[in-house]
Design a protein around this ligand. Structure first.
Ligand SMILES: [Zn+2]
Length: 60
């Protein structure tokens, strides 16, 4: 048996989750919160510098 709870408010979800319109969240509110977190974190992730290193140790 697997009990699922809302990842945002950790509210235990009763019944089969297939019935939740906002799975895996308990409500549209929690879904929104999760989305906001996601977007908030995505721009916090440092962009990896790709070949933008300036190494001038090989100059002739
Ligand atoms: Zn919730």
């Amino acid at each position: 048996m697997t009990k699922v709870s809302c990842p945002i408010c950790e509210k235990k979800m009763p019944g089969p989750h297939i019935e939740w319109p906002d799975y895996p969240f308990c409500s549209p509110k929690c879904r929104k919160i999760d989305l906001g977190r996601w977007l908030g974190e995505s721009y916090r992730v440092p962009a990896e510098e790709q070949g933008s290193r300036e190494e001038d140790s090989n100059s002739e």
